[in-house]
Design a protein around this ligand. Structure first.
Ligand code: SAH
Length: 405
């Protein structure tokens, strides 16, 4: 086994179970290793800390898979995947009540969720999403790539999917020295749109052309929250993508919903999703626009605003610009709120934590001359778990704020 030794004083995080070892923390590697190979990690003093995979090309040189010296083989992955599936059962169990109608309490059929959430399920580099009978896979690291065959074979055996699609992130794979791998895995006729159910609501998902693996499964509970708040409200959904929040708000009894999105394809699917749920289009406004510009030009007043932008800070170096971006859209959105109105404002930037995001929001409110209260702070639902020792995994923050005056 190849041995990786840490510099003195760098063992604290990995010894508590943090899954990442940065290249700067490594003192020496004993043995010849290829990208993605299995290694044992040791403290400077020679204490065994865990087993993982190594990629000299990546800043995160080692990602730990286990804290014991267990064999990393198909049986290991079977155990990890079975453990991951167990916690998704309650989310998907409503499937047995097939045909259940959407209710304002959020009950109803859900046949789609995230099944494997990388570090959060102690499987760094691996993501698997279930969309009805279809599975979508991301293998984003050289280490996980070594086990592609075992993983696909286990997913087929344990879940019997109709088809499997590889939606791995090409940019992340390139950083790992891996070629783009997107495409159907064993069936070549993968559909353009898959119809899924979430809390009894129907959505079309475009796995091949869409964002992420096709749908923002991580906002499921926050969409339910909006359904419960929308009765009689004038709603503005910014960065609407394929209309997740718009459909929930409409079914929750919103008086009118405006969806703003830059992508024409996403907006077209938003319209289809509204129609699929029998929502009258005369209460809907679909606007293809840049949200930054829209919020400056629009003179509308709203009771409920959703701001769910893409990650403005994907890398540490982008944090400054991201702070400006978040402050800008929040300031202009807050100005559009009626007294007593609410805003669900989200950030999915890993490098902006909840404290910093709250600070940005407080500066935005001050500049908008609004006195606001925090009604709640949420993250992603339980099918997106985070390892307790890996706070970086908690990327999604969603503050619900209300204008007091
Ligand atoms: N809330 C959505 C997901 C939003 S993802 C859901 O629940 O499904 C972010 C969306 O913002 C993407 O669809 C992207 O196309 C869009 N977007 C990115 N920058 C934008 C901009 N400047 N103006 C408008 N839309 C933008």
């Amino acid at each position: 086994m190849i041995k990786v030794f840490l510099k003195q004083g760098r063992e604290d995080a990995p010894s508590r179970g943090h899954p990442w070892v940065f290249s700067g923390a490594i003192e020496r590697v004993e043995g010849e290793i290829e990208a993605g190979g299995i290694v044992d990690l040791f403290s400077h003093a020679g204490e065994f800390l865990g087993r993982g995979y190594y990629n000299p090309r990546s800043q995160i040189a080692v990602r730990l898979l286990a804290r014991q010296p267990v064999a990393i083989d198909k049986a290991f992955f079977r155990g990890r995947i079975e453990s991951a599936l167990a916690i998704r059962k309650p989310i998907l169990s409503a499937e047995t009540t097939a045909g259940a109608r959407a209710t304002s309490s959020g009950a109803g059929t859900t046949n789609s969720c995230r099944l494997i959430h990388a570090e959060g399920d102690l499987l760094p580099g691996l993501i698997c999403d279930k969309y009805g009978d279809y599975l979508v896979l991301q293998i984003n690291t050289a280490g996980m790539e070594q086990f592609r065959d075992e993983i696909i074979s286990l997913l087929k055996e344990l879940l019997a999917p109709r088809m499997l699609y590889d939606c791995s992130d090409a940019a992340t794979r390139a950083q790992e020295g891996l070629p783009d791998s997107a495409g159907a895995i064993w069936q070549f006729s993968f559909p353009d749109h898959i119809e899924i159910r979430e809390n009894g609501i129907r959505f079309l998902v475009d796995v091949k052309q869409g964002q992420k693996t096709g749908f923002y499964l991580d906002q499921r509970d926050n969409r339910s929250l909006i359904r419960g708040l929308a009765q009689g409200k004038r709603v503005l959904n910014c960065f609407s993508y394929t209309g997740g929040f718009s459909v929930y708000a409409s079914l929750g009894g919103a008086a009118a919903v405006t969806s703003v999105e830059a992508s024409a394809e996403a907006l077209a699917l938003c319209k289809e999703n509204l129609m699929l749920n029998n929502i009258p289009l005369d209460s809907q406004r679909l606007v293809k626009a840049d949200v930054f510009q829209f919020l400056r030009d629009d003179q509308g007043e709203y009771d409920l605003i959703i701001l769910d932008p893409p990650a403005f800070a994907k890398r540490k170096g982008q944090v400054k610009g991201a702070i400006r971006g978040y402050k800008d859209i929040n300031l202009y959105a807050m100005k559009r709120l009626k007294k007593g109105g609410m805003i669900l404002t989200c950030s999915c930037s890993q490098h902006i934590d909840a404290d910093l995001f709250q600070k940005i929001l407080s500066y935005a409110a001050a500049d908008a001359s609004r006195q606001m209260q925090v009604l709640g702070l949420w993250g992603a639902p339980s099918d997106h778990p985070t390892a307790l020792h890996h706070p970086e995994g908690a990327y999604l923050k969603a503050f619900l704020l209300r204008v007091v005056e």
